[in-house]
Design a protein around this ligand. Structure first.
Ligand code: PLP
Length: 354
């Protein structure tokens, strides 16, 4: 694990797609930069990573990724400040979490050197792809897939670790209307909900489609046993403000340990906002909505940062949230993005220069 990384091989692209990209109208994660990093796991070891032109990869139809969904990913961003310098936000947390996911999916862990040196080398090469428009960033997708083949339902013997980059604008536009889920679950005790495993998201698509048909944007996931405890908002952690207290559920087998979530908790405490990490029930939230004590609900995650919820639906009733002038969501989003984009002092030591 501690081995020094041999020089990463770099094959530069002979052409660039950058002039075809409209940086003022970027969707989320739908155009990709000129290069990608690929690192193969073979014969029981991760090989030296290579940076190459962005291109399709070839896999055997019997590769285990296709049959058993052995794949994990991370989501992070590179930010450009006003002087043109590139920053990451708590990137070693993403590396650690990728390995937590790896362990759960019986995928070999990736050494920190490969992750960090691979990532920073790729980002230095893709510097011009990091947008500087407000709210824009270079979304980074590190992932590992089982490339080894065999129809036997067991872990593959070969894997690919890949990092791709996509210049991206803001994730959601406008406020979000959510439906509290009463039938489907994204995770269960003893399951893989805490891992960023590909299949977790495939399993969310259908219930989300049903919610969209009913006029909602997203699903609020509840516990699989009683559907009474509020757990996550789509693929984001969730925060609920009742009066002046900001509440989020404790991480568990079922709730993903979001880096945005834990950063928001620290910033909120720094702001003197009362925070509580505890289980929160649908009953409590509905009661608070009825009494007027429910002030805010928002999702938190790397892609959207903070995504305010305007309405939640439960058992056929829609509850609107108030439009507050001084809301926690805007304050916390400003503080975290000011750190990310190097617009403010970083007393927490979260920023990482590329
Ligand atoms: C990635 C993810 C989050 C947010 O994690 P961040 O580290 O803040 O990006 C929350 N919930 C789920 C299910 C996720 O996949």
């Amino acid at each position: 694990m501690e081995a020094q990384l041999k020089n990463i091989k770099i094959e530069k692209s002979k052409t660039t797609k950058i002039n075809e990209v409209d940086f003022d109208n970027l969707a989320f994660g739908s155009v990709y930069s000129d290069h990608m990093l690929v690192c193969d796991y073979k014969n029981g070891a991760w090989e030296t990573p290579e940076i190459m032109p962005y291109q399709p990869i070839t896999l055997d139809p019997a590769a285990k990724i296709f049959h058993y969904g052995q794949s994990i990913f991370e989501g992070m961003k590179a930010y450009k400040d006003s002087s043109g310098a590139t920053w990451l936000f708590r990137p070693k947390n993403n590396h650690k979490r990728l390995n937590i996911s790896a362990r759960r999916l019986a995928i070999p862990e990736i050494p920190e050197e490969i992750f960090m040196e691979g990532l920073t080398t790729l980002l230095r090469l893709e510097k011009d792809w990091i947008p500087s428009n407000p709210g824009s960033s270079l979304y980074i997708r590190p992932f590992i897939l089982a490339s080894g083949n065999g129809f036997h339902a067991s872990p593959a013997d070969e894997y690919k670790f890949i990092i791709c980059c996509a210049p991206s604008g803001a994730y959601f536009s406008g406020k979000v209307k959510v439906l509290i889920e009463e039938k489907y679950s994204r995770s269960a005790n003893g399951g893989v909900g805490y891992a960023k495993a590909g299949g977790n998201y495939a399993g969310q698509f259908y219930p989300t489609q049903l919610a969209v048909k009913k006029g909602y944007n997203q699903v609020i996931w509840t516990d699989d046993n009683t559907h009474e405890y509020i757990e996550e908002a789509g693929a984001m952690n969730i925060f609920i403000r009742i009066n002046d207290t900001l509440i989020t559920g404790p991480t568990s087998d079922r709730i993903l340990d979001g880096i945005t979530r834990k950063s928001i908790l620290e910033i909120a405490e720094d702001e003197g906002i009362q925070t509580e990490v505890r289980k929160i029930t649908v009953t409590e939230v509905v009661r608070a909505a009825k009494s007027g004590a429910l002030k805010e609900m928002f999702g938190a995650g790397t892609a959207a940062v903070v995504s305010p919820i305007s309405t939640f639906g439960h058992k056929g009733v829609d509850y609107d949230l108030p439009e507050l002038q001084d809301n926690f969501a805007s304050l916390l989003k400003k503080r975290i993005t000011d750190i990310q984009y190097n617009r403010a002092e970083d007393k927490f030591g979260w920023r990482y220069k590329v």
